[in-house]
Design a protein around this ligand. Structure first.
Ligand code: MRU
Length: 342
C-alpha cells in the first residue's frame, strides 16, 4: 500500500474516497487531473497534498511544449497557480509549491528545469517519510505503556508520504514495544477517522476503537483516554494550530479533564508568516458533505448548512508540538520561533 508514487511520466495515488470499501489506485498523466485529485479529496492530508502538487508540477513541465525559456517559465508559474487554488488551509501545499517555483525561477534551460523539478518532487516525498519517522521517534516518549490515545481525522500514512505524523508517533511507540490502543474519532462530515484511520491501524494490527466525535467528552471524563494526539494543517507563529474541524472541541475538553493534547507535525507545517490562528484561511467545502452520507440524504432539502473543513486550536490548549527537529513544549511561550533558531 502506498499514498502516492512518481512513475517518471505519470503519478499514481490511492483513491482515498473509496477506502475502506475498495483499494483502487488512480494514475494521472495530466497535471490538471492531479490538481483535481487534490480538490476532490482523492488525496488529502497536509503533507500528502504538498507531495501531490510537487509531482503535478513536475508532470506539467514534462508535458508542456518547449518554448522560449521566459515563456516556459510563465506557463509553469501558471501551473503553480492552479495548484495554489486547490485547497487553502494546509500550508504544506504552498511550502511545496514554493520549492518548485524556486527551481523554475533559477533554471537556465528547459531540460535542466524538467529534471530538477522531477528530482525535487521525489525528494519531497522521500524526505517526508524520513521526517515522519523522526517525528515518531521524538514523540514516542510522550506515550506510556498501556495508554489509550485518542486521535481525530487521519494524520497517518495516507495523509503523508508514508508512516504518518500523529499515527507515526503511535506507530513508533508500538515499535518500541508499548502496548497501547487508539480511540479514533469518526470525523464528521468526511469521515477520515472512520474510513481511513481505523483502516490503517487495523492493517497494522494496532488496537483501535471507533467513536463518533460527540463521544470524546464522555470518554475523557471517564478517565479512559490518557493522551490526545492529532496532526496539523497550519501552525501559526504563536502556536495556534489549524486542523480538521472538531479538533478545537476536543482540545477544550482535554484541558477541562487535564489530558495532554499533542500536535505532531513537520516543520513544513509551521508557518512563521502567519502570526496567529485568526489569520488562517479556513476552507469551506460543499454543503453536500453534510447533507449526505455516502450518497444518502440525511437533512431536509433546502436546509441552511455550513461546512468549515478546519478549526483553530489556541496554543494555550496544546501541551506540546512534536516535530522532526524536537518537541516544542508549551508552545504558547514562543517555542515556534526558537525551533527555527530565531
Ligand atoms: O481535509 P483533510 O482530510 O485533508 O484534513 C486532514 C487533516 O486535517 C489532518 O489532520 C492534517 O492534514 C494533518 S495530516 C498529517
Amino acid at each position: 500500500m502506498y499514498t502516492i508514487k512518481w512513475n517518471g511520466d505519470s503519478v499514481s495515488m490511492l483513491d482515498q474516497r473509496l477506502i475502506p470499501a475498495e483499494e483502487t489506485y488512480n494514475t494521472y498523466t495530466s497535471y490538471l487531473d492531479v490538481a483535481a485529485s487534490i480538490t476532490d479529496m482523492v488525496i488529502r492530508g497536509a503533507p500528502a497534498i504538498g507531495i501531490a502538487a510537487a509531482m503535478g508540477i513536475a508532470l506539467a513541465a514534462k508535458n508542456l511544449k518547449s518554448s522560449a525559456l521566459q515563456d516556459f517559465k510563465k506557463n509553469m508559474n501558471d501551473v503553480c497557480e492552479v495548484f495554489a487554488r486547490t485547497r487553502p488551509t494546509a500550508v504544506n501545499l504552498f511550502w511545496s509549491i514554493n520549492r518548485m517555483k524556486k527551481i523554475i525561477e533559477d533554471s537556465g534551460d528547459i531540460s535542466e528545469m524538467r529534471k530538477s523539478l522531477e528530482k525535487e518532487a521525489v525528494t519531497i516525498l522521500e524526505d517526508d517519510i524520513r521526517i515522519n519517522r523522526a517525528i515518531g521517534k521524538n514523540g514516542s516518549s510522550y506515550i506510556a505503556d498501556g495508554d489509550v490515545v485518542m486521535t481525530h481525522c487521519n494524520a497517518g500514512a495516507l495523509a503523508t508520504g508514508g508512516y504518518g505524523t500523529a499515527l507515526g508517533v503511535i506507530r513508533a511507540a508500538v515499535e518500541e514495544g508499548k502496548k497501547i490502543s487508539v480511540f479514533a474519532c469518526e470525523t464528521r462530515p468526511y469521515l477520515q477517522g472512520a474510513r481511513i484511520t481505523s483502516w490503517e491501524l487495523m492493517m497494522d494490527n494496532i488496537p483501535v476503537t471507533l467513536i463518533t466525535d460527540n463521544m470524546s467528552g464522555h470518554f475523557m471524563k471517564s478517565g479512559m483516554i490518557k493522551k490526545i494526539i492529532v496532526g496539523a494543517d497550519r501552525v501559526a507563529a504563536n502556536g495556534d494550530t489549524a486542523n480538521k474541524i472538531g479538533t478545537y472541541t476536543h482540545s477544550v475538553l482535554a484541558r477541562e479533564h487535564r489530558i495532554p493534547f499533542y500536535i505532531a507535525a513537520p516543520l513544513s507545517t509551521l508557518d512563521m508568516n502567519t502570526k496567529t490562528g485568526d489569520e488562517i484561511v479556513i476552507e469551506e467545502r460543499s454543503i453536500d458533505e453534510v447533507a449526505y452520507i455516502q450518497g444518502v440524504q440525511i437533512a431536509p432539502e433546502g436546509i441552511a448548512i455550513r461546512n468549515p473543513a478546519f478549526d483553530v486550536t489556541p496554543a494555550g490548549n496544546i501541551t506540546a508540538i512534536i516535530t522532526e527537529k524536537g518537541v516544542i513544549e508549551n508552545p504558547v511561550n514562543g517555542g515556534i520561533a526558537k525551533i527555527f533558531g530565531s
